[in-house]
Write a protein that binds this ligand. Sequence first.
Ligand code: APR
Length: 244
Amino acid sequence: MKKDYQHIVILTGAGISAESGLATFRAANGLWNNHPVEDVATIEAFQRNPAYVHDFYNELKPLLNAAKPNPAHLAITKLQQEYPAKISIITQNVDTLHEKAGSQNIYHIHGQINQAVCLNCGHVLETFTDVDTETTCPHCQISGMMKPNIVFFGENLLYMEDVDKLLHQCDLFISVGTSGVVFPAASFVQIAKYYGAETYEFNLELTSNNLYFDHHIYGKAGETLPRFVSELLNAQASADNHNH
Ligand code: APR
């Protein structure tokens, strides 16, 4: 661990929200909230049966919005508030627990549960209520063209230009609670490492892209991440003292 990182990137996955009571994607039964991912998270599923997919996200929305941030989310906010570096969060999660924890610089590369996007004009609608096949776009007034602003398999990720810059610049890359099996997010650590970042993986277990991580910290993120943030802050403070 260095004493003075300049630019920290934190990639989060469903595992960081597990201790807030939210389901991960690849738990034992392989279902996401009791539905096969391919029935509710592919562009084909949406084209085949948009009402079914809208219903799934309409049911999921209050669940995700009722969840509270856990100590892992709060540790990231503490780091952003107290560590003198640019700290960016790239999240695969569609919940808004990073926002609820008071974090900034959050990039929802797989979309966000409280948003819908108009397939006619591209307008992104922030909404906490149901969206369905009748919903009218407030921007172009066309009905029936709204889609949950969730990036389905087969669609491009959001914010990829920003992400590319972040991965090129960062000197510390931290991955928290992701299985590392879904690309391109699973390749971010390789890019960061290639451009010189020190890389840490926080998970319950070894993941499939563990080779690119310099350090592995096992355990529940709600316990391991707060400890790590304290170590980072102590190391930076001691460097500060030496410099005065
Ligand atoms: N602390 C740390 N890690 C945890 C915890 C915890 N409390 N609980 C679970 N994990 C780890 C699991 O070991 C697993 O490696 O979190 C990871 C969750 O993996 P997935 O369920 O595959 O979720 P994720 O990696 O975010 O999935 C990526 O796949 O289905 C798509 O778009 C969807 O964004 C999602 C993407």
